[in-house]
Every structure is written in structure tokens, then in C-alpha cells.
Design a protein around this ligand. Structure first.
Ligand code: HEC
Length: 471
């Protein structure tokens, strides 16, 4: 997604010049061509094995439930209004309603009825709701996974011919916000000019600078990017360009340009399909210093028809400085080569955290050949904790995994992020298995970045954090 190969380059170079030992650097990048995804994680079951056994387990469990309740199961199947609609409201309508990314709305019985079998399939195979955390040592606040009981209920309902039941038993419809998801938006900024998106040709990343006009520092607790051309937006990142920054100074504001760039600027917010707005926990905020600009990075994917994107950013402020300042960090590499037809190419990066930080969220970023991604802590004795394994990784779902409870990472914590790529012809998204792949911004090039939000002492900005020295 970026630009800022973590902690990779500029930042680290700056940090190295001042205090080599404490900088957060990649000290090893390993690319192993031969080790497979499964053998690389010898002490875990393979991703497929694990998923199969989860599926089996949940179907065994639902079979047991049904077996244990023969009367209930025979008596009356679940009905749409009483039992199915509440699940759809809670887990599906965020996307499956007009104007959102789900291709069909699931608000009423008539809308849902034709999809009953497809819904049963998609939930039993755990394709829906989209969520790709295969295993994790932490819990996620935005985990939408249906319980085995909910899946069994949908299964029984669809199998019984999708009965509607009594509308009087339906829950009240959810009042979905018409515009913003955020309950309160204090400030909005709109692109002054739309970006045209061609029907078929894939654009390089587009960039646009939006001056904010803040005359005083602002603490931002929530931020939302609302894409204009929702179906064509793969992601949008909003960077904070602080007033002294030389980054993109030669580019005009308010106009689209392309710029294969590297930046040390902090990220304010990002939009990807399926990821809600940034809503920070109480007492936490991101700082947007007076005089800052937003620099937006757009990745569009062609939809088959030409369109235009006019996106908007909304921000919510808090008056007082927060207890913790939130920074978006990233660790990854731009220095790799994925050979033609490699089915399990592995790239790992390591880093040491320069200061204490509360971990808030994790977001892996790869392109079309991305297959799986691990976020791990390597303890001093060598024990490995898998914070999160995303498998299978899916390019169209750049999900952000937000921890249910912030996790303290002490200064000196060793992090290892590992990415696996499938450049074989078996990868249905692979545009060209015969190509050797290097870093690049287009979907047919690759990236290897793990983003993670941390909360730190508010006296730190990003460079200071990497030097572990308050500003
Ligand atoms: C984060 C957004 C999102 C959520 C939440 C979501 N969907 Fe979807 N759904 C989509 C999108 C986008 C597609 C079309 C692309 C695709 O198939 O992946 C889709 C496609 C589908 C399809 C048709 C394709 C298929 O996989 O069979 C069904 C059925 C479906 N969703 C059911 C559900 C159900 C049931 C839920 C809730 C339990 C749900 N979805 C939750 C976004 C979502």
C-alpha cells in the first residue's frame, strides 16, 4: 500500500544515524524458495488442514445440536422474521444494503428469499461474512464470524424452503446512516476534482494533496474515508503531511498525479472494502499538527466501465490532548524477487520495537499473488506467538484486524512478519505465472507490508518513537 517500506528505508536510515542499536530496523530479510507454507510452520497444522477440521468440527457440532434436539428440529424450522433477519442485521447488512459493496441487499424477505441457498452455501463454507483470520492469539473487536449455532439455523431455514414466518416477530429495521458511519463528523474535506477511472486499463496509484487549513493542532479520534466510486476503489490511504515536510512539495494541491513514492509520513486513515472507519478507543487520538495537508493515495481497479471517483474524508476531533497518541507503523520490504511459477514463495522481515507500545490493529498488505500472512512475536527464548495468521489472504479484502483489547508490546519486542505468495497457474487471480515478480504499486506487481497501529506516549511523534526519545 505504500510507499513507506517500513521502517525500511528513510526512517530507519534517519534512526540509524542517531542511535543504531535502538532503531527499529529490518535486520534480516529471508526469502526461502524451497520451504513451503506448511513446513515453514512445522508446529501448526496446514492452513487447509486446519480449515477443514474447523469446518468438520462445526458441522459435527451442528449435527450434534440437531440430534440432541430432535423435537425442536422437527417441530418447526427457523423462520426468516424471527430467527434469520436478526443474524442478517448483525452480520450482513453492513455491506448487503443499497449503496454498499454487497452486490444485493438483504433487508427484506423478498430481497433475501431468492438467495437462501446461496446464503446457506456461503455461510457453511465460511466465505461470508468475509474474515480471514485463520488463527490468532488475540481476539478481534470486528470479528464477524458466525457461531456454529447461527450457521445451523441458517442451514435449517434454507433447507426447510426458507419460510418467512410472522412479520410481527421481526426485529425493528436498523436505521443505517445515510452518509457517514461515524456518529459525529466535525470536519469534512472533499476532493476538489474527480479522478477518471478507465474501464479496463489499470491505473498507477493516483495521489492528491488536500490542504486542511488547520490553524491549530488537532487531535483526531475518528476518521472515515467515503469513496465516490465504491466499486472501483481498492484502497485509499490518507497520509498526514506535516508543515515542515519536503515530501511532494513540487506537486500542486487539488490535482491528481502519479508518484512512485516513499514517505515517512504517518497515516491518518485508510479505506478498504469491508473495513469500517477508524474509531479510536477512548483516551486515544492521532495528531494532525496545524498547517498539515492530507495526502491521499488511491488504488483503483478497473470495473469494465469507465467511471469517476470523488471521495470525501470526515474527521472527529477531541479538544484535550489524549492519554495516548496513535501511530500507524509498518514493517515490510521492497527488496524481493518471486520466481515464475513459485507456488509458496516466502518472505519474512524482522524488527525490534524501539519503545513500549500498545498494539491496536493489524493489516497485511499484498497484491494478487498474496496467499497468507503471519504477524508474530519471537520471544527471547525462541518461542513464537502468532498474533494473527491471515489465510487464505484475498486481495479484494484488505481487512483491518482490530484487537478487542489493546496488547502491550514492551520495548525490545521482536516482531516477525511473514508473507507467502502463489505465483503458480493454480492461483486464479494470477495475471501471469511466467513472470518473475518484484516490488511495485500495480496489482500485477507485489508488495509486502504489515501495517500495525500502536498507541504510545503522546510526547512521541514517529521519528521520536524510533529514536525512543520524546520530542
Ligand atoms: C464486508 C462486507 C460484506 C459482509 C459483512 C457480507 N458480505 Fe456477502 N458479499 C459481499 C461482497 C462484496 C460480495 C460479492 C463479492 C464476493 O462474492 O466476494 C458478497 C457476496 C455474497 C454472496 C454471493 C456470493 C457467494 O459467496 O455465494 C452471498 C450469498 C453473500 N454475500 C451472503 C452474505 C451473508 C449471508 C452475509 C452475512 C452472514 C454476508 N454476505 C456478509 C460483501 C459482504
Amino acid at each position: 500500500m505504500t510507499s513507506q517500506p517500513l521502517v525500511g528505508r528513510t526512517l530507519v536510515r534517519a534512526a540509524l544515524q542517531s542511535r543504531p542499536r535502538r532503531s527499529f530496523i529490518i535486520h534480516r530479510v529471508s526469502e526461502e524458495r524451497t520451504r513451503s507454507f506448511t513446513s515453514a510452520s512445522a508446529n501448526h497444522r496446514s492452513s487447509i488442514g486446519l480449515r477443514m477440521s474447523l469446518l468438520l468440527r462445526s458441522s459435527i457440532r451442528s449435527a450434534l445440536i440437531l440430534a440432541a434436539l430432535p423435537l425442536a428440529a422437527h417441530a418447526a424450522p427457523p423462520t426468516f422474521h424471527a430467527e434469520i433477519l436478526p443474524i442478517l442485521q448483525r452480520r450482513c447488512q453492513a455491506c448487503h444494503r443499497p449503496g454498499e459493496i454487497g452486490p444485493m441487499p438483504f433487508l427484506t424477505y423478498n430481497q433475501v428469499r431468492p438467495w437462501a441457498r446461496a446464503i446457506r452455501e456461503s455461510v457453511k463454507l465460511r466465505r461470508m461474512p468475509p474474515w480471514f483470520a485463520e488463527r490468532a492469539s488475540v481476539r478481534f473487536e470486528n470479528d464477524p464470524t458466525l457461531t456454529p449455532e447461527e450457521i445451523a439455523r441458517i442451514d435449517a431455514w434454507a433447507s426447510a424452503g426458507a419460510p418467512p414466518g410472522d412479520p410481527a416477530q421481526a426485529p425493528a429495521p436498523i436505521q443505517w446512516p445515510q452518509g457517514w458511519f461515524l456518529p459525529k463528523v466535525d470536519f469534512t474535506v472533499v476532493m476538489p476534482r474527480a479522478i477518471p477511472i478507465p474501464a479496463r486499463e489499470e491505473l498507477d496509484y493516483q495521489w492528491m494533496i488536500l490542504p486542511l487549513g488547520f490553524t491549530e493542532d488537532r487531535w483526531v479520534t475518528a476518521a472515515e474515508i467515503r469513496p465516490g466510486a465504491r466499486d472501483a476503489v481498492h484502497h485509499i490511504v490518507a497520509y498526514i503531511r506535516e508543515p515542515g515536510s519536503a515530501w511532494l512539495r513540487d506537486q500542486p494541491a487539488g490535482e491528481a498525479f502519479t508518484h512512485p513514492g516513499v514517505t515517512t509520513s504517518d497515516i491518518l486513515a485508510l479505506y478498504t472494502p469491508g473495513t469500517g472507519p477508524m474509531l479510536l478507543p477512548a483516551g486515544m487520538a492521532k495528531l494532525v499538527p496545524a498547517g498539515s495537508d492530507l495526502v491521499l493515495q488511491f488504488h483503483y481497479t478497473p470495473t469494465g466501465r469507465s467511471t469517476r471517483d470523488l471521495s470525501t474524508v470526515g474527521l472527529t476531533f477531541v479538544k484535550d490532548p489524549p492519554e495516548k497518541r496513535v501511530l500507524t507503523l509498518q514493517m515490510g520490504t521492497v527488496d524481493f524477487y518471486i520466481p515464475p511459477r513459485a507456488a509458496n514463495h516466502r518472505i519474512a522481515v524482522f524488527g525490534t520495537l524501539p519503545g513500549d507500545a500498545l498494539l491496536l490493529s493489524l493489516l497485511p498488505h499484498m497484491h494478487l499473488r498474496g496467499k497468507a500472512f503471519d504477524f508474530e512475536i519471537v520471544e527471547p527464548g525462541g518461542r513464537v506467538e502468532t498474533l494473527l495468521r491471515v489465510a487464505p489472504f484475498h486481495f479484494y479484502w484488505q481487512l483491518n484486524y482490530r484487537l478487542a483489547r489493546p496488547r502491550l508490546l514492551k520495548q525490545g519486542t521482536r516482531l516477525r512478519f511473514t508473507a507467502w505468495y502463489d505465483n503458480s497457474a493454480n492461483n486464479p487471480l494470477n495475471p501471469d505465472p511466467d513472470a518473475g515478480i518484484t516490488y511495485g504499486e500495480r496489482s500485477r506487481d507485489e508488495m509486502m507490508v504489515g501495517f500495525f497501529d500502536v498507541a504510545v506516549d503522546p510526547a512521541f511523534d514517529k521519528p521520536a518513537f524510533f529514536n525512543s526519545r520524546p520530542r
